[in-house]
Design a protein around this ligand. Structure first.
Ligand SMILES: [Fe+2]
Ligand SMILES: [Fe+2]
Length: 271
């Protein structure tokens, strides 16, 4: 496969038409049969791939070029997820605004071409696929919850439904109920993922103010968690970053293998 075909495959799995701002092909290549895939993959992994005879390196998290500088833009995807959950659009935009601006400011700090230059020197095809695979993971987690949860389900039932996914069973991290109690009624549950990063305090607050009983994040900062707790509203389940990323990555690896492309993963929780 070529790097273009690999990106196309990821977009197709996610139901996306365009490459999101946090994903990119840095150095293109063709006839790729053997991939080194890392949740994070930079210069050391590029060198390792060269030494071990891989044809390409794929990272999940954005590493360089425009994908490093513009990745904050995919945070706006929270708006469509919130609107789909019944939050008025203007409220969703308000909830996204502050963190979006902070992320844009923060993006200026990045040494965006470092590992891309290393890939060029090594002539190693190099790309990253972030939002498409997180979107695959979000859908998988949502479908899993929706297929198991009934009107009278508890927060623990949501956790148990998620734990049926092999990645969560095998991960070293555990799914945690960070706000609320296991025995609480779950109410309407929403998986908030596939929008660059977690929605922090403002987005959680908007969900809880608009009828969502249980919100699922893959990670959260301790500071945001304290603020959500202080409000005393809603249940927050945090599923674990790497385990949750793996839920979206593994189906993609499987599709590559079906196309005779083998992949060695670094950091991914196996199925
Ligand atoms: Fe991810
Ligand atoms: Fe991630």
């Amino acid at each position: 496969m070529s790097t273009d075909e690999i990106m196309e495959l990821a977009l197709k799995l996610a139901g996306l038409k365009e490459i999101p701002e946090d994903s990119a092909i840095y150095t293109g290549g063709k006839n790729i049969r053997k991939i080194l895939f890392g949740i994070d993959a930079g210069s050391p992994e590029l060198l390792l791939a060269k030494q071990l005879g891989y044809d390409a390196v794929i990272a999940h998290h954005p590493v360089g070029g425009k994908a490093a500088v513009n990745s904050y833009k995919v945070f706006k995807r929270h708006i469509q997820q919130m609107v789909a959950a019944g939050i008025p659009e203007n409220e969703a935009e308000k909830a996204v605004g502050k963190k979006l601006k902070q992320m844009e400011v923060e993006a200026h700090t990045r040494n965006y071409d470092h590992s891309v230059d290393v890939a060029r020197l090594l002539k190693m095809p190099y790309m990253n696929i972030h939002t498409p695979l997180d979107e695959v993971g979000r859908r998988k987690m949502s479908e899993q919850i929706n297929s198991k949860i009934r009107r009278n389900s508890t927060v623990q039932d949501v956790v148990s439904a998620l734990k049926e996914l092999p990645e969560f069973r095998k991960a070293t991290t555990e799914i945690k109920i960070r706000v609320g109690n296991a025995g609480n009624p779950a109410g309407k549950a929403v998986v908030s993922h596939g929008a660059g990063t977690n929605g922090g305090y403002d987005i959680a607050k908007a969900y809880f103010n608009h009828g969502i009983g249980t919100l699922i994040y893959i990670h959260i900062s301790p500071a945001d968690l304290e603020r959500i707790k202080a409000d005393g509203k809603g249940n927050l389940i945090v599923t674990g970053h790497i385990a949750s990323d793996s839920v979206g990555i593994n189906p993609f690896i499987h599709e590559l293998e079906k196309r005779d492309v083998s992949a060695t993963t670094i950091g991914v929780v196996p199925r």
